[in-house]
Design a binder for this molecule. Structure first.
Ligand code: GCV
Length: 666
């Protein structure tokens, strides 16, 4: 295992200045984690630091439940919510539960890091969602599917292999932003990972679950739907076969004997060559419910992914549209899933592209629990080489008005469970960490994980505030002008990445399989259902009534918004329409001129960032300066490649010259 310090992570590190005063904290809770967190992180912040266990007149900070502190309860506090209260010269961190106290303690530490005065801290916070989850795509051989920060922190050589301290730091990192559930292995479960639910593996998993439990994080496993065949020796995995049902019941019982608070299973079924109920002519409700029944006696949950589409499509077949798939498969099953099944829906209808519309399935299910799935790891968004701060993208998605129950039915409102009160809703995401010292490969990619956690806790957080906070917490030793530069470049990074990659929401012009760097026709004649349909006259996918009619899956207002060329936003134009290159955008440019201009601008923006970064060299620590400088230069190479390939391709295709005569590779 590599160096495990928190250098430049958002929790305290050696480079932070201590406050000169002394702090006395009284902890009226038996939870070991609160004491440990105070010790580990508060002692970094004060010259003198003392923990007591009984109230006395010198206390400054008192941490305890309302009951233990004999403080009056505030109305409407959720069990994992917390309050910071000023009372008779003391600051109380209060909650109904130890879990809430943990979040409150981390909040307190964060406010100190942000320079707040203790006596000014007064707040009540409840999480917006009960499911605040992360999915690892870690394989047992130690690799990570779509991982860009080194090897797995959990596995190596087809075994569990982890450093306890580092996992504890990770658990703290997650608790500091309110994450409460984690799945540790890839949704693509190979034969070796199928074995994770066997007795010998469970003994080892117990210890990992113990660490997460200490931080109130529930552990889940991805399972292979065909496990009864792969490891059980059965001839079938048919969900309605009684021997299969019995096999899962037995296996599940075994898991709970070892890990009594095990969360449950994540399932990728009938998706990208993974086995599933379709093989047996059964529905996804049949498949999910069979597992749900095995988990129900132990209060376990099945997260069942809706990423189900035909990945063996014939590109000549214009009647099939991959964007329709999740809705078409799952809307008709609404109401047929057991209570402990939670569907997992990717944020867009395709696959974590730089820009996609919101999945129409969000809010459309009225009698089924579900979560939205984001991708923190930067698969299609720069692979932690190119800078891409994703919080603005997620904010746009969370703020999107689906109009499903009239104006104001935003995605965040839906995910908070306010639309259908009886449903369990929340947010999950594919995480971006690995064994790299800085956790995320590109140091600034930590801001994505921080921002993700904060948004799951409170989707109303403002992007700028989240960014400002992260930069201040992470780089307290960096001078003001450099701090502002970091904020600025992160804030603009998604837009910049979008400018030099796929134009106007069309997506997918990436190298196949790898997904980094341009390949305009990489997926065009492939079976994956991801086409741009460029010809000599124009490009884009017609998803209106005259095409696949994907737009019918939205509410009338949203469908009308996208169907109408006058109202369809420029940045999604080619996702919804096939238009001529000469089509005028709302911006006043033609489509083709926009393609040329945005690609030139994207590269210029990266060059400008490098120029600004170099100017701040004197105000930055050497290691940080060089790390980012090296990443930015790789980004410039990538952006230039994108610019030249995309622009040349569309110039050759359309024959329309650039108004500014910049195309030299025609
Ligand atoms: C884990 C995309 C990725 C795959 C990933 C899949 C999924 O297709 O490229 O690597 O597989 O999404 O979300 O299941």
């Amino acid at each position: 295992m590599q160096n495990q310090n928190f250098t430049s992570c958002w929790l305290p590190d050696g480079r932070r200045e201590k406050r000169s005063n002394k702090l006395i904290v009284t902890i009226l809770s038996k939870a070991e984690v609160i004491r440990r967190v105070c010790h580990t992180y508060l002692s970094h912040l004060f010259e003198g630091f003392h923990i007591g266990t009984e109230l006395n007149s010198q206390d400054e900070i008192v941490i305890g439940t309302y009951e233990a502190t004999a403080q009056a309860c505030t109305n409407d506090m959720q069990v994992d919510g917390f309050e910071l209260r000023q009372e008779q010269g003391k600051t109380y961190i209060l909650s109904h539960s130890d879990q809430g106290l943990l979040y409150g303690t981390f909040y307190f530490i964060e406010q100190l890091q942000l320079g707040m005065k203790i006596e000014d801290m007064s707040v009540i916070q409840n999480p917006a969602t009960t499911i605040r989850m992360l999915n690892h795509w870690d394989n047992m051989d130690g690799s990570i599917e779509r991982g860009y920060a080194g090897r797995s922190i959990f596995f190596e050589d087809n075994k569990l292999s982890y450093d306890k301290d580092r996992i504890q730091q990770y658990a703290d990192l997650l608790s500091s932003v309110g994450i409460n559930k984690i799945c540790i292995n890839n949704v693509n479960v190979h034969q070796v990972e199928s074995r994770l639910i066997e007795a010998d593996m469970l003994i080892e998993l117990q210890h990992l679950a113990d660490i997460f439990r200490g931080n109130y994080i529930t552990m889940f496993l991805s399972i292979n739907f065909a496990s009864p065949i792969e490891i059980g020796g059965l001839k079938t995995a048919d969900p309605l076969d009684s021997t299969v049902e019995e096999w899962w019941r037995r296996q599940t019982k075994l898991i709970y004997q070892k890990i009594p608070d095990f969360g449950g299973f994540i399932v990728k079924a009938d998706s990208e060559h993974r086995p599933g109920p379709f093989t047996y002519g059964r529905t996804h409700a049949d498949g999910a419910n069979m597992l749900a029944k095995a988990l129900a006696p132990f209060n376990g949950t099945v997260f069942w992914r809706c990423f189900v589409y035909d990945c063996l499509q014939d590109w000549r077949d214009r009647s099939t549209d991959r964007a329709r798939a999740a809705y078409d498969h799952f809307k008709k099953l609404d109401g047929l899933f057991d209570e402990n099944v939670i569907l997992q829906i990717k944020n867009g209808p395709m696959d974590f592209q730089v820009r996609e519309p919101v999945s129409p399935l969000i809010g459309a299910l009225e009698k089924t629990n579900y979560v939205m799935e984001f991708q923190v790891t930067q698969e299609y968004t720069g692979q932690q080489i190119d800078l891409c701060y994703l919080v603005p993208q997620w904010k746009e998605i969370l703020d999107f008005d689906t109009h499903l129950k009239g104006k104001g039915t935003t995605v965040s409102e839906i995910l908070s469970g306010n639309l259908h009160k009886s449903l369990q809703t929340g947010i999950t995401a594919v995480v971006n960490v690995g064994r790299d010292d800085n956790w995320t490969g590109h140091e600034f990619a930590q801001a994505n994980l921080y921002g993700y956690g904060k948004l799951t806790w409170d989707p109303t957080f403002k992007t700028e505030k989240l960014l400002k906070d992260w930069v201040q917490i992470t780089y307290p030793f960096v001078k003001d002008s450099a701090t502002r530069l970091i904020e600025e470049i992160l804030n603009r990074s998604w837009m910049i990445y979008e400018k030099y990659t796929c134009p106007l929401g069309v997506g997918w012009m990436v190298k196949t399989g790898h997904h980094y760097g341009p390949d305009v026709n990489g997926y065009e004649y492939s079976p994956w259902g991801t086409y741009h349909f460029s010809d000599r006259n124009g490009l884009g996918v017609d998803r209106t009534k005259s095409g696949s009619n994907y737009i019918e899956q939205y509410s009338a207002n949203v469908s009308e918004l996208y169907a109408n060329l006058n109202s369809c936003p420029d940045n999604l134009l080619l996702f919804f329409h096939h238009v001529p290159y000469t089509h005028p955008l709302h911006s006043g440019k033609t489509v083709i001129q926009h393609i040329y201009d945005s690609h030139f601008e994207g590269v210029e923006d990266v060059e400008h960032i490098i120029y600004e970064w170099t100017r701040e060299k004197a105000n930055l620590p050497d290691d940080l300066y060089s790390h980012i400088n090296q990443k930015l230069n790789s980004q410039l190479t990538n952006a230039t490649e994108w610019r030249d390939k995309i622009n040349t391709y569309f110039y050759r295709m359309s024959g329309i010259p650039d108004e500014h005569q910049r195309l030299i590779y025609g």
